[in-house]
Structure formats: structure tokens, C-alpha cells
Design a protein around this ligand. Structure first.
Ligand SMILES: *Cc1c(COP(=O)(O)O)cnc(C)c1O
Length: 436
């Protein structure tokens, strides 16, 4: 059967209304107002279980699935991750604090970031972070001294750059030799980094980490990184007698945003990657390390949908049509940043034919404030109509800003036919909260 919708949780309801997670988006917009982020909690939980089941099947459960929480970070999501028995990765004291307030056990958190300050390191150590993923010589030395002051040995992984070009967006392509993340094997710096880690008394080196990019649709890149990393592991075992207990292959599982995007098969990617890892470990006579994966986008993207109300439809004869909505680059900067594609639907006019091509633009004072160009919409769209932008669960709320002093939309969670507010709407007083 031909797939009608970009996400499995979308459907047509009565009166031309778009349904999301089995609920009427028009009623949700009436109840909570717009702009509005909706999140399908049941789908997020299903994703947790899918990844964990694959880890069980293909790695005998020896490893960890870490939700890369920068994709969408708010208290409720860490509660869900705790309930689903997931691990998380965090990249700042803000994310650590949010996880902590959600009761998330921090020993199951990995601390990333290419530039952790002394304050960040102290904060993470004082709250009992499980692991650091160290990215520089400076950072390793700083963790060592801070751990020494506290009389502890801190578990650390080293961020290694396997030197793979994934050919996705420049901004999310992180595995090349000249990346700002980690050290490359090719230049010899990765080995020097490992030597330093082994020499520091208060560092307990647990293993290696790499993350080469995002929007990966098959196992190819995971297999290539695994190969390079396991070669390196075998090399450092031979030279230094160091056997890594953990190998974290990062995240980057792709998500379709428009119908022409491939549909990745997570189970197949994990299966093929596991087969290669087993083969290589046997070849190198390495004990199979605990394998980590860090999905961010694929955990939450299609669990999200943004609803907007149309304010104006402007038809410029012979040129372009504009449909302005009540949000914009403040709640979804991804087209402005990367030219990211989205599927946009007329949430209250799904039964009308879409014969007006228009640019969906935001309310910010900036021509670049475009949600999506060249979208087919019904001719009858007018002030008050509802627009849905699909697949906005990842890197939308977490990248949102208050540009133009526009408040961020609330996040409403949908589960089992019920809805509730997980993050409330920012109001005018919130805009003044920091002003002395
Ligand atoms: C961003 C990031 C991820 C998650 O990437 P996705 O494309 O969202 O799956 C995982 N690991 C690291 C280190 C990252 O920086």
C-alpha cells in the first residue's frame, strides 16, 4: 500500500481535520492555542523499546542506548527516559540539571561537548555524572585535577575522529579529520590522547567514542566507523595493553522529512553493524566491547508536530504566494539554518485540493524567516486556517529562541488518547524575567 503520510502517527479524520497520534489537531489547537508543539509520547516510548530490543537481539544486551537529549531536552523527556530504562547523553550543565530535576539517575548519563569549562566539569562531578566523553588534552587534564581534588577516579571515554565524510549537511558532519570534535586517528593525535588518558591517575579510561554525522539512512557509515575504531582498538591493545570496555558509535540514524527521503530500517542497521563488529572482534581477537548508540533525532523527530494559525495569505500576481503563520524561525530555525526540508499540511482542510504553491513564512522581522518554501496549499486557505509542520520533534524546541521577544510555544504530550502540558507557553512576564 502506498504510504499517504510522512509519519505513521498521522491520519485523516472527519471534516478534513488532520489527526496526530489519534487526536484531532484542530481540537488540540483550540484547547491549547497556537503555535503549539505536539509530542507523541507513545511513539517516543516505542522508539526506546525498539532500540533496546535491537541491542538485546544483536549484542546480547551488552551495551547501552543513550538518548542524545540535545534533540529535545525538557524535564518530562528525561522522566520518560528514566521510566524506559534508557541512558542519556547531555552536553551542558543545563541539560544535566534538567535531567537531575526529572529524577534521572546521572550515573546513566554521558557528558559530551567539545568545550567543557572547569565549572561544567565541577558541576558534573559533584552531581555524580556517569561518564565524560573527553574531547581535548586540556579537558582530560582538567577532569583529572578536579577528580583528584574530590578523591575519585572518573570514568572517561575519548572522542575519536575516524575520518569519515558522510556527505550530509556540513553543519552536522562531525567525523572528518578537520572536525572540531575529538582527535583524528590519521594525525596520530588520537593515540597521543589515549596515552595521556592512560597516564592520569584520576582518569579511569573506559573506552572510545565516535559520532560521525546525522541523517544516516543505512549501516554503511556505522560499519565503516566500527571498522576504523576496532582497528585502532586492536592497535592500542597491542602497543599499550589497553582493552576498551566500551565502544560508542554515536547516533545519526536518519529520519524522513519529506516523501522522497529514504525510510531507514533501524533494526537492519543495528543487525548489519553488529555482524561486522562480531566479525572484526574475532579477527582482531578482541573481547566484544559494550556497544553504545546515541540516537537523538530518530528518537523524537516524527513524534513531533507543530501547529500554527495563518495570519495572512499574500498573493503577488506573477510572483510568489506567502502564507504567514504565528510562529517562525523562533520555534523552528532549521530551514533558515540548513535549508532543511519539511512536509507541511493544511490541518483543517485536508479534504481540499492543494493547488496554491506558497512559501510558509514566520512572523519575525527577517526575510530569511521561512519555515518552508514551495508548499502546495488549498486555494481557500485564509486568516485563521491551521497549518501543521510535520516531523518537528527534534532540534526545534531545543533550538528555539526568543528573537523579537517572541515566546516559545508550549509542548503538549499526547498519550493513549489523552493530552497534557509538559512545557507551558512562555508569557510576557517570562520575556522580562532576566531584566534587572
Ligand atoms: C548530536 C549527537 C548525537 C545525536 O545525533 P542524531 O543525529 O540526533 O541522532 C549523538 N552523539 C553525539 C556526540 C552528538 O553530538
Amino acid at each position: 500500500m502506498e504510504q499517504r503520510f510522512i509519519c505513521s502517527n498521522l491520519s485523516d479524520g472527519p471534516n478534513g481535520h488532520l489527526f496526530f497520534a489519534g487526536q484531532d489537531t484542530v481540537s488540540l489547537a483550540e484547547k491549547y492555542g497556537t503555535p503549539l508543539y505536539l509530542m507523541d509520547e507513545d511513539l517516543i516510548r516505542a522508539k526506546c523499546r525498539l532500540f533496546r530490543r535491537c541491542l538485546e537481539k544483536y549484542f546480547g544486551g551488552h551495551g547501552n542506548i543513550l538518548y542524545a537529549s540535545k534533540a529535545a531536552s525538557f524535564k518530562r523527556i528525561y522522566e520518560i527516559m528514566r521510566e524506559e530504562d534508557m541512558c542519556v547523553d547531555v552536553v551542558s550543565p543545563g541539560e544535566i540539571y534538567t535531567a537531575l530535576k526529572a529524577g534521572f539517575p546521572l550515573e546513566k548519563a554521558w557528558f559530551h561537548s567539545n568545550n567543557k569549562s572547569d565549572e561544567d566539569i565541577a558541576f558534573a562531578l559533584d552531581h555524580g555524572i556517569g561518564y565524560f566523553v573527553a574531547e581535548s588534552f586540556e579537558e582530560l587534564n582538567a577532569i583529572d585535577s578536579a577528580a583528584a581534588e574530590r578523591g575519585i577516579r572518573q570514568k572517561v571515554l575519548l572522542r575519536i575522529t575516524p575520518g569519515i565524510d558522510t556527505h550530509t549537511f556540513e553543519a552536522v558532519d562531525t567525523g572528518k579529520v578537520d572536525s572540531k570534535f575529538g582527535y583524528a586517528i590519521e594525525t596520530g593525535q588520537a593515540e597521543e590522547f589515549l596515552r595521556l588518558a592512560l597516564s592520569l591517575d584520576n582518569i579511569e579510561l573506559q573506552g572510545l567514542h565516535c559520532h560521525v554525522g546525522s541523517q544516516l539512512f543505512d549501516s554503511d557509515v556505522f560499519i565503516r566507523s566500527a571498522r576504523i575504531m576496532l582497528d585502532f582498538m586492536s592497535h592500542v591493545r597491542d602497543i599499550y595493553g589497553f582493552e576498551a570496555q566500551q565502544l560508542n558509535l554515536g547516533g545519526g540514524f536518519g529520519v524522513p522529512y519529506v516523501m522522497s527521503d529514504p525510510k531507514p530500517d533501524i533494526d537492519k542497521i543495528m543487525k548489519e553493524t553488529a555482524e561486522e563488529i562480531h566479525r572484526l572482534c574475532e579477527k582482531h581477537r578482541l573481547k566484544i566491547p559494550d556497544i553504545g548508540f546515541e540516537p537523538g533525532r530518530s528518537m523524537v523527530a516524527d513524534a513531533g508536530l507543530t501547529l500554527y494559525t495563518v495570519g495572512m495569505v499574500k498573493k503577488i500576481p506573477g510572483f510568489i504566494n506567502y502564507v504567514s503563520v504565528d510562529g517562525g524561525m523562533t520555534d523552528n530555525p532549521r530551514f533558515a539554518l540548513y535549508g532543511a526540508e519539511y512536509t507541511v499540511l493544511p490541518a483543517d482542510r485536508m479534504d481540499e485540493s492543494r493547488n496554491m504553491v506558497c512559501s510558509i513564512v514566520g512572523r519575525c522581522c527577517e526575510s530569511g524567516d521561512v519555515i518552508q518554501p514551495s508548499v502546495p496549499m488549498p486555494e481557500g486557505m485564509e486568516r485563521g486556517s491551521l497549518v501543521a509542520v510535520c516531523t518537528t520533534g527534534a532540534y526545534n524546541y531545543s533550538m528555539a529562541s526568543n528573537y523579537n521577544r517572541i515566546g516559545r510555544p508550549p509542548i503538549v504530550m499526547l498519550s493513549g488518547g489523552e493530552s497534557y502540558v509538559a512545557v507551558r507557553r512562555e508569557n510576557l512576564d517570562d520575556m522580562l524575567m532576566l531584566d534587572e
